[in-house]
Design a protein around this ligand. Sequence first.
Ligand SMILES: O=C(O)CCC(=O)C(=O)O
Length: 255
Amino acid sequence: MVPSKLNADQVAQFHQQGFLGPFEAMSVESMNSLRGAVTELLQTKPNPYPEEGWHASLIPRHHNRFLDSALAYRLSTLPEMVSRMTSIVGEDLLLWRAHFFDKGPGAKEIPWHQDYNYWPLEPPVIISAWLAIDRVTRENACMQFIPGSHRKLLPHIKATPDMAFLEMADPAHVDTSLAIDIELEPGQFILFNERLLHHSEVNTSNLQRCGLSIRLIPPIVRVLKYDSQNHVLPIVSGQDRMGFNQTNVIPPQDD
Ligand SMILES: O=C(O)CCC(=O)C(=O)O
């Protein structure tokens, strides 16, 4: 089956709100059947093990596992997701990063932030998808968005120690009364812009809350700082006509 594209109205809606979705990348049953394998993966160390400490929230076991795991590569490149992402940033796309945000009971709050603030990309053009591994609801700290907030860049300041990140959007500029909950079933995903304000609460439930954030860039974007010695960007759609980034990689294969 040919994977779905977005129509012009949907692309316009994405530009207006800074996000779009949810959409289904795989059925609830299919995602549930992979849950055990994801848990096992997140317990293994990637090899080589990247240096730590360059970003407080990025646990190496959760970061860029598409480089060493066929399962993570598959989840990061699901056709129904990548195809819709091409509708927003064009047919040629590289997989820059993928990170499992695996929030267990008691996991810290992720502060309000715009991803743009943190990223070593020039120009900072990117499309993100957040793919639900678990059922994510308000109860287990689903992501929250502020629609339309991508139209303004906000100052980011040092985060308070109770937060999962080192920097956060200055609370004086964030109107949390506008926040909406992004509740998703396993296998659903939401697309969002690199400037959209987003956040998630402390997970006060006894439920795990895992999602995979997938970041694709068009090849006109240059990565200014790689995440680890083995960080390479697989071409996941079209071709790389620029050659700015390291793309020469054979993705991990299922046995
Ligand atoms: O999973 C979360 O709660 C936050 C994820 C996030 O900040 C992101 O995907 O950019």
